[in-house]
Design a protein around this ligand. Structure first.
Ligand code: SF4
Length: 518
C-alpha cells in the first residue's frame, strides 16, 4: 500500500523535485550542540547520489520547520528511546504533509511496529542503516516500498564515513568518529551489547584516520571517538583465552588489541593540539601499556562507567569487573595519573542503594579526582535485562499516565513523565530524584569546580573549565532531572547562552593542507 501510494506521488510530482530530509528529533533545542549526532551524516553518506544531498535537521540545535516538507518528499527519522515520542510527532506531521516517512535507530530496531502504530511510518528499518538506506530510498522511488527492512549488523570495514561537508557551520563543539561498534560485556542497564552485538566490529585504521584528518582540515580539533567501548579486549580476557587449548579466541582477541594499538599509533602523529575523548571500561586502568598509548594518541578524556561505589550495587548491574571502595579510587586515579581525564558515570536508585549512597558517591568522585561526572537515575530502557525483569513485575499493574501504560514510559508526554520507575525497597521516587539533584549540585558547585579546574594551567583555561562544567550540568542535569517545566525551560535557556560562548573555546584553525599520517 505504501509503495503504491508513494510511487503514484512520484509520477505526479517528477522525481527530480523530491527531497530527502534526515531528522534527529529532540524536544529541547540548544542552538549549539556539544557532539555531532553522527548517524545523521552517516545516513547522509548512505543516500544515493541520484537523490541529491539530504536536508539535515538536528533538533538539538533547532526544531524542524514543517513548512519545509513537501508532498512526495522522503523523511528519515532516527530514534532512540529518549527521543522516540518527539520523533513520532515529527513523523505524523511529515506524513500529513504528504511525505514518505521512514524510521530507523535503536528504538525502531527494538519496537519496529511502534512507528507504524503511532508515528505515521510508511516503513521501518532495523539494525545498521549504512547499507540498507540506499535500498529503502530506491524502493520508495520505484513504488515498491516494504513495511520493514533489516540492515542487520554489517562488518566494520563496511561502515561509511560521514558526510561532514553537510554539517551546518559553527554549530557543534565536538565532531564524532566511530572506530568500532559492539561491546563484549553485558551490563544489565545497557542495550548496546544486544543491539550492536557483543563482537567488536572495528573499522579499518585507514578509514578512521582518513575521516579524522578530514575533520581537522575543517577546523575540528576536539573529536569524540564515539564507540560503544574503546577498550574491547581487557587483559583478563586475554589471560583467560590463553588458558584454552584452542588458540582461535586468543588469536582473534590479540588481533583486535593489536589493531587498537595500530590506530593509536597513527592518531599519535596528528597535530599536538588534537583532543580525543572516548568511552571505556574501568578495566583499562589496569593496563598501563594501553593508557600510555591513549595518552600518546591525544585521547585526553574518557567516560568510565563506574555505576556504583558499592559491591552490592555492582552486583545489581552485572558489572563485577568494576572495583569499589578504595580499590575504585585507586583505579580511577590510575587514569588521571596516566594523563587521562575521567568523566565518571554513576547510577542512583539501584536496589541496594540507601540514603547514604548519595553522599558516599559524591565523596568518592571527589576523592578519586574525577574531572567530570554524571549522576543518572536507574531507568529501565527497552532492550536491557533490567527492562525485561521490570516489565514482568509490572504485568499486573494497570496504571496509566495520560492513557499510556507505565511500561511504555517513553510514550508518556514529557510534562507528566515520571523520573523514577523501579519501585525501591527503601526510598520513594521523590527522595531518589531530590538526592540525585543534590549530588549534581554539590559536585558542580562553584568552589568544587574551581578546585577541579586546577587540572589545567592558565587562568583562561581554568575559566573555560568552569564554563564547560556549568554547561554540562545545565544540559544534562537540570533539563533531565527537574520535573518543574519552568526550571527545565530556564535551564535550557541558560544552556543556550553558555553553549554559544563555550563553542568558541573548541574551535581549531582549519588545516586544509594536513596530510594523512603514514
Ligand atoms: S554499559 Fe558499557 S561496558 Fe556495559 S554493556 Fe554497555 S557499552 Fe558495554
Amino acid at each position: 500500500m505504501c509503495g503504491a501510494e508513494t510511487g503514484c506521488q512520484y509520477a505526479q510530482k517528477g522525481f527530480e523535485r523530491v527531497r530527502v530530509h534526515l531528522v534527529n528529533p529532540s524536544h529541547v533545542s540548544f542552538e549549539v550542540g556539544v557532539i555531532t549526532p553522527r548517524w545523521l551524516y552517516v545516513i547522509a553518506a548512505a543516500t544515493p547520489a541520484e537523490f541529491g544531498d539530504p536536508v539535515i535537521v538536528d533538533e538539538t540545535l533547532r526544531q524542524i520547520d514543517p513548512a519545509t516538507i513537501q508532498a512526495g518528499d522522503i523523511v528519515g527519522i532516527g530514534i532512540h528511546t529518549g527521543n522516540a515520542l518527539r520523533g513520532y510527532e515529527v513523523g505524523r506531521a511529515a506524513r500529513e504533509a504528504g511525505a514518505t516517512v521512514i524510521y530507523g535507530g535503536i528504538h525502531a530496531t527494538l519496537y519496529p511496529e511502534e512507528p507504524h502504530e503511532i508515528g505515521g511510518a510508511h516503513a521501518v528499518t532495523k539494525g545498521d542503516g549504512d547499507a540498507v538506506w540506499g535500498e529503502v530510498l530506491r524502493d520508495v522511488k520505484n513504488g515498491t516500498l516494504k513495511r520493514q527492512y533489516d540492515g542487520g549488523r554489517i562488518e566494520g570495514r563496511e561502515f561509511l564515513p560521514a558526510r561532514w561537508d553537510l554539517m551546518p557551520p559553527d554549530s557543534y563543539m565536538w565532531a564524532s568518529v566511530q572506530t568500532l561498534r559492539g561491546c563484549p560485556k553485558h551490563c544489565s542497564f545497557c542495550s548496546v551489547w544486544r543491539t550492536d552485538g557483543q563482537k567488536p566490529r572495528n573499522r579499518t585504521v585507514d578509514a578512521v584516520v582518513g575521516e579524522i584528518v578530514e575533520l581537522r582540515r575543517r577546523g575540528f580539533r576536539f573529536i569524540a571517538l564515539a564507540d560503544d567501548n574503546f577498550y574491547p579486549v581487557p587483559l583478563s580476557d586475554l589471560k583467560m583465552a590463553a588458558r584454552r587449548a584452542d588458540p582461535t579466541t586468543l588469536n582473534n582477541l590479540t588481533a583486535i588489541r593489536n589493531e587498537r594499538f595500530e590506530l593509536m599509533a597513527r592518531l599519535a602523529k596528528l597535530p599536538d593540539d588534537t583532543v580525543f575523548f572516548t568511552q571505556i571500561t574501568m578495566e583499562a586502568s589496569e593496563d598501563p601499556e594501553f593508557l600510555a598509548a591513549m595518552k600518546r594518541a591525544h585521547i585526553k578524556g574518557a567516560l568510565v562507567g563506574v555505576e556504583s561505589v558499592t559491591a552490592e550495587g555492582l552486583k545489581d548491574v552485572y558489572k563485577p569487573f568494576n572495583a569499589y571502595g578504595d580499590e575504585l579510587v585507586k583505579r580511577l586515579r590510575a587514569f588521571k595519573d596516566a594523563g587521562i581525564h575521567v568523566l565518571g558515570s554513576f547510577i542512583f536508585g539501584l536496589p541496594s542503594d540507601g540514603p547514604s549512597t548519595f553522599d558516599a558517591t559524591a565523596a568518592l568522585a571527589q576523592a578519586a579526582g574525577v574531572t567530570f561526572a554524571q549522576f543518572v537515575m536507574l531507568t529501565p530502557f527497552p532492550g536491557t535485562l533490567d527492562f525485561a525483569a521490570w516489565e514482568k513485575t509490572m504485568a499486573d499493574d494497570t496504571r496509566r499516565i495520560e492513557g499510556v501504560p507505565i511500561t511504555r514510559h517513553w510514550l508518556i508526554p514529557q510534562r507528566s513523565r515520571p523520573k523514577v520507575y523501579t519501585p525501591h525497597p527503601r526510598m520513594t521516587p521523590d527522595e531518589i530524584r531530590d538526592r540525585t539533584q543534590g549530588v549534581w549540585d554539590k559536585f558542580y558547585s562553584l568552589p568544587n569546580v574551581w578546585e577541579r579546574s586546577k587540572c589545567v594551567k592558565s587562568l583562561k583555561s581554568r575559566l573555560a573549565f568552569v564554563l564547560i562544567s556549568k554547561l554540562y550540568r545545565q544540559m544534562y542535569a537540570n533539563t533531565g532531572i527537574a520535573t518543574d517545566s519552568a526550571r527545565v525551560n530556564r535551564s535550557a535557556q541558560w544552556a543556550r547562552v553558555i553553549a554559544k560562548s563555550a563553542r568558541r573555546l573548541f574551535v581549531g584553525k582549519p588545516m586544509p593542507d594536513l596530510q594523512i599520517p603514514a
